[in-house]
Design a protein around this ligand. Structure first.
Ligand code: CTP
Ligand code: CA
Length: 225
């Protein structure tokens, strides 16, 4: 069973959470994106407020109400999300990257609507910056938490991301399982840090968010001793 929820676990702490998808423009009317609903990130923001933290959501375009007492910064593209996070990172104790950032963006954005032409067409894409790795590599460096949505070898891929991005913790989530993940209200995750891992049973996203925030609070204390 989960430990009792501590309403002061993060009292006085500043938490920044990325949430939702990013959109990468092709032309004035088209973009590349994904199906992220933003629900997990918004649930985390609510749980952070409940735990006493001053909480900011850096949010891609979603159809969700801002949780009470959460400051919300709206962004569209990955590069805008990075800029907003860098502005906030200097004054933040905990950074949680829950957004489904588009890995690539179109190499060029056309100023006018693209006209159709040949039967076949190719699109050149370029890599977006890695937001959570950038924040984890910055100075000062907040306690940094990532998410990993995988469809296979969940734990080993997630551990790889933890190492590569120099994260303090990663929340791994098997999106091939039924009834969990992107659009769903439920999730089933494994929280991994360098020297340990803990599975959290399938539950509503708010329940999981509360458990994740408590684990973060515990690890944050441990990291400071
Ligand atoms: N992330 C990020 N910036 C990016 C891509 C990902 O901050 N440009 C963050 C996500 O918010 C998440 C973590 O990195 O916390 C892992 O995202 P994921 O898409 O699972 O990993 P990638 O490193 O992009 O690897 P891949 O998509 O190839 O599995
Ligand atoms: Ca990715």
């Amino acid at each position: 069973a989960a430990a009792l929820f501590q309403h002061t676990a993060l009292a006085g702490k500043r938490v920044v959470i990325t949430a939702g998808p990013t959109r990468e423009a092709l032309d004035p009317v088209r973009y590349i994106s994904n199906h992220s609903s933003g629900k997990m990130g918004y649930a985390l923001a609510r749980a952070a407020v409940e735990a006493g933290a001053r909480t900011t959501l850096v949010s891609g375009p979603v159809h969700l109400a801002t949780p009470d007492h959460v400051e919300r910064v709206d962004v569209i593209s990955a590069r805008e999300m990075l800029a907003a996070c860098q502005d906030l990172a200097g004054d933040c104790d905990i950074f949680i990257a829950c957004a489904a950032v588009a890995d690539y963006r179109p190499a060029t954005v056309q100023e006018q609507k693209i006209k159709k032409g040949d039967e076949r067409s190719t699109l050149e894409l370029v890599r977006n910056p890695d937001i959570v790795a950038t924040i984890a590599g910055g100075q000062p460096r907040p306690f940094t938490v990532g998410f990993a949505a995988e469809t296979q070898d969940v734990e080993s891929y997630a551990r790889g991301k933890l190492e590569r991005k120099h994260l303090d913790m990663i929340v791994a989530n098997d999106v091939s399982a039924e009834g969990v993940g992107f659009a769903s209200d439920e999730n089933e995750v494994c929280v991994i840090w360098r020297d340990n891992a803990q599975r959290l049973e399938r539950a509503g996203k708010l329940t999981l968010a509360r458990q994740i925030m408590q684990l973060i609070a515990t690890r944050l204390d441990a990291a400071r001793m």
